[in-house]
Unconditional design. Structure first.
Length: 182
């Protein structure tokens, strides 16, 4: 027995979305491996080279950069994602949001998030080659942890659909409240 056309289309869309999410997961896993190996290399370099005295100002600047970079990455991703989602909600008009509409947005947003957090984590790893105190290890682990927490999955795609749909509905509700039904 064959499936109805709508079910076959739905399965194809889900398969396409799943393939994109699987690709994102593979890239995410590769970034995690790169960051982990970078931390090991940073520590190995630190152990193999003689200590270079650093001023307290330099240590403070490195510490602040290792705190600020992951946070800046999260803020930049949030702003970019918000812009993508509200733009898509405007483009959809009266049509409801679907997984097909939102999957490319999810892919772009997750790619940006992973790239920015991986860059911050690699910077923290590079700092380990210069100075490796407990605080430095914690800062590197924090950047690595944020990267781990951004693992893409299908629930993320579905939450993007819900966010676009909410933005779309809120837009029409505001328009109706203003009495402008154009």
């Amino acid at each position: 027995m064959s499936e109805p056309p709508s079910a076959a289309h739905s399965t194809g869309v889900e398969a396409s979305t799943k393939a994109i999410v699987d690709s994102l997961v593979r890239r995410h896993n590769l970034l995690i491996l790169v960051v982990f190996v970078g931390a090991l290399l940073g520590l190995a370099i630190r152990q193999a080279t003689p200590r270079v005295p650093l001023s307290s100002g330099t240590l403070l600047a490195l510490g602040m950069a290792r705190i600020a970079l992951p946070l800046a990455g999260l803020v930049a991703t949030a702003l970019y994602t918000n812009r993508l989602l509200t733009s898509r909600a405007r483009q959809l008009g009266q049509a409801p949001a679907s997984v097909t509409d939102v999957t490319p947005l999810f892919e772009r947003s997750k790619t940006l998030s992973m790239a920015l957090l991986a860059a911050a984590a690699v910077f923290a790893d590079a700092c380990l080659a210069v100075v490796a105190r407990y605080v430095d290890l914690l800062l590197a682990a924090g950047a690595f942890g944020l990267l781990l927490l951004t693992r893409p999955n299908m629930r993320g795609v579905l939450s993007f659909v819900e966010m676009v749909e909410t933005a779309r509905c809120e837009r029409f509700a505001r328009r109706d409240e203003a009495g402008d039904n154009v």
